[in-house]
Write a protein that binds this ligand. Structure first.
Ligand SMILES: [Mg+2]
Length: 336
């Protein structure tokens, strides 16, 4: 079915999403949504995905795009230690997309939204001549003090959730081999196409008061750790040998003769949390995440500011860790 006009598209979206929770006093279909307020402080974030910059429809399905567009904004919410409540979705649609595409896009979003009890409460639709744009705003709440990039102190443990380089593994394999050839290895592309926002993990860590600062890894560890260092006015010492890398990522690197270590440092879009944690609470933090089946790995230590951001390489030498990875204003991947 062709796309139809804006009102028809909204009908399709409303039908796909179904009934919202009782927090939504007035949902999709009016000039604005009416929502029950947050019980703590409100945390608001927005992120855009642009075709040709952030995704490629040659190897991304509509449902995967829906999942990922919501996941990246939920991930920012997690990085603030907030629980997401509502999402608004703004679309720039190309005329050639059909109604089936819209249904699948919202089904992908809805599945993830349900997992985290998030209501999709509205948005906007415009026509975009060449590139599809999906822009998601998330509103969350936190009853405690929000986690920021600014609280790390020398002596804190630097830690990451999950593992690193998995998204770059998927992206590089998709670009090199195409999706058809990877049909028997869905685990290689899963992390890139359907990232997991670490909402529950952030919630558990906030509950313990364990984290002193946090950021989600979107540009790559080497870049994002500089944001923590700058905002906290500290140095960082990371040990390459400690970086958690999955067997799948290592297998993907072997498949296309690439380097999992490089992906772990410089590959973006892992959407893991990079945190600094008070040493005396680290064991409790690890145990709390183990209950969620998510590893929490110590990868280094916060240093005084004058030490800068450093990496202990695999041969045991310390070197400056350069921020390389995705930079939107250069619009290309820098470095390896
Ligand atoms: Mg972020």
């Amino acid at each position: 079915m062709p796309l139809g006009d804006e009102f028809e598209i909204i009908k399709v979206i409303k039908k796909t999403l179904g009934k919202p929770s009782k927090n939504v006093l007035l949902g999709i279909g009016d000039d604005a949504a009416v929502l029950a307020p947050a019980r703590g402080k409100m945390v608001v974030t927005v992120d855009s995905m642009v075709e040709g910059v952030h995704f490629d429809l040659h190897y991304t399905t509509a449902a995967e795009l829906g999942h990922k567009a919501l996941a990246v904004s939920l991930s920012d919410c997690a990085a603030m230690g907030a629980r997401p409540m509502y999402a608004l979705v703004s679309l720039g649609l190309k005329q050639e997309l059909g109604q089936h595409f819209i249904t699948s896009l919202y089904e992908g979003m809805k599945r993830l939204a349900k997992q985290h009890k998030v209501d999709i409460v509205g948005g906007n639709i415009v026509q975009s001549p060449t590139a599809l744009i999906v822009d998601v705003t998330v509103i969350g709440e936190t009853k405690k003090k929000a986690l920021t990039r600014g609280g790390a102190r020398p002596g804190d443990i630097i830690a990451v959730t999950g593992d690193l380089g998995g998204s770059a593994a998927g992206l590089n394999c998709l670009r090199r081999l195409g999706r058809d050839k990877l049909g028997t290895r869905p685990e290689i592309v899963a992390r890139h196409l359907r990232p997991t926002p670490r909402i529950k993990e952030a919630d558990a860590l906030v509950g313990l008061g364990a984290a002193t600062s946090a950021i989600d890894i979107s540009d790559g560890l080497s870049s994002d750790i500089h944001h923590l260092a700058e905002q906290s006015r500290v140095g960082m010492g990371v040990e390459q040998a400690q970086l958690p890398i999955s067997k799948t990522t290592i297998a993907a690197a072997e498949l296309i003769q690439s380097s999992a270590n490089v992906w772990a440092l410089y590959g973006g879009e892992d959407y893991e949390l990079l945190l600094t944690i008070t040493p005396k609470k680290f064991k409790a933090a690890q145990a709390a995440l183990r209950r969620l089946k998510t590893p929490l790995t110590a990868i280094g230590e916060v240093l005084p500011a004058e030490e800068g951001v450093k990496l202990k390489t695999l041969n045991g030498e310390w070197a400056d860790l350069q921020p390389r990875g995705w930079n939107h204003f250069v619009r290309r991947r820098q470095g390896p």
